[in-house]
Design a protein around this ligand. Structure first.
Ligand code: GTP
Ligand code: MG
Length: 298
């Protein structure tokens, strides 16, 4: 290896979820953490600072990535995203957080990345300081997925947000599930854990994380049933019952034979799913637990 290709070895975390869940806002929060100081800035500090912890965002149309770092100072400790690890000279674990657009027409970008046995994210050479050629392709190994959910939108049962969110989550989880069978030789595909981050808990209308979890599980069960029925009714399977069964099972999320769906079922396919609440803006539990989750998986 050479010093000119520092990006090639960095692992990455993929940020997905429906439009306006807060993905880009969360990315700016993590990015600005060390730059943001609530208190008066000391004189002589030549580090650039920002006066808001979260940037204004607008609907994303392309993916983008930022380089971040976590460290574990002690056995039961993890650094905060607010820490400036560069200044501390800490032995930090660096990674890339990759933001994706949530619009349904742009989701295939994110989903296609999850399908590979060893999911990698190909990044354009974005680093302005990089002396390497711009045609250089940086491949980053995908370590984890954060599926961001707007818990306030989910609380509004007329909005259709629950169905729309669960549809996307179904596709993400099914894509990861399908990888499980795609082993090369005896090697199982590297497992990719999923954090369902229930965002916007600063809003009093938002559903608490436990309800986000149960509502999504119920909706995923409904989608799975509907999709398997659709396959049976459409006659795609034809007369060949056996082939039809295979097709049907291929798009069946989670364990077979259950009426209810539980995220735990995904462990059968080596996909760990955890639901944790938080918020990017306002008062609430914040984003620390999400940061910790990332730190433990990088
Ligand atoms: P797409 O790029 O369209 O996929 O959306 P996105 O997921 O990137 O959403 P974005 O980060 O642009 O946030 C959408 C809106 O939600 C913005 O107005 C944010 O300020 C707001 N928002 C994000 N997080 C929170 C939060 O924790 N609480 C509240 N109240 N608002 C939030
Ligand atoms: Mg965005």
């Amino acid at each position: 290896f050479s010093a000119t290709t520092p990006y090639t070895t960095l692992p990455s975390v993929l940020l997905v979820g429906p439009s306006s869940a807060g993905k880009t806002a969360l990315m700016t929060l993590f990015e600005r953490g060390p730059l943001y100081h609530n208190q008066q800035q000391q004189q002589g500090n030549n580090k650039s600072t920002v006066n808001s912890p979260v940037a204004q965002t607008h609907t994303s149309q392309v993916s983008s990535a930022v380089e971040l770092a976590v460290s574990s100072p002690g056995p039961n400790q993890l650094s905060s995203y607010r820490d400036d690890l560069d200044a501390q000279g800490a032995t930090a674990k660096r990674f890339l957080l990759v933001d994706t657009p949530g619009h349904p027409k742009l989701r295939s970008q994110a989903l296609s990345r999850l399908a590979a046995t060893t999911p990698t994210i190909t990044l354009p050479s974005t680093s302005p300081s990089s002396s390497s050629s711009s045609s250089e392709i940086n491949k980053s190994k995908l370590k984890a997925v954060i599926f961001l959910v707007d818990a306030a939108a989910l609380a509004d049962s007329d909005s259709g947000a629950l169905a729309a969110t669960a549809e996307y989550l179904y596709d993400v989880l099914l894509t990861l599930q399908k990888r499980f069978h795609r082993r090369t030789g005896s090697r199982a595909p590297a497992s990719v854990p999923v954090l369902v981050a229930a965002n916007k808990l600063d809003l009093f209308t938002a559903l608490p994380a436990a309800l986000v979890k149960s509502n999504l599980e119920a909706e995923l069960a409904r989608i799975r049933k509907a999709r398997s029925k659709g396959l049976l009714d459409s006659g795609v399977a034809g007369d060949d019952e056996g082939a039809g069964g295979v097709d049907e099972m291929e798009n069946w999320l989670g364990g077979v034979g259950n009426e209810k769906f539980s995220f735990k079922e995904m462990m059968e396919f080596d996909v760990e799913v955890e639901v944790i609440g938080g918020n990017v803006i306002g008062d609430g539990p914040g984003a620390d637990k999400w940061w910790k989750w990332i730190g433990e998986r990088i």
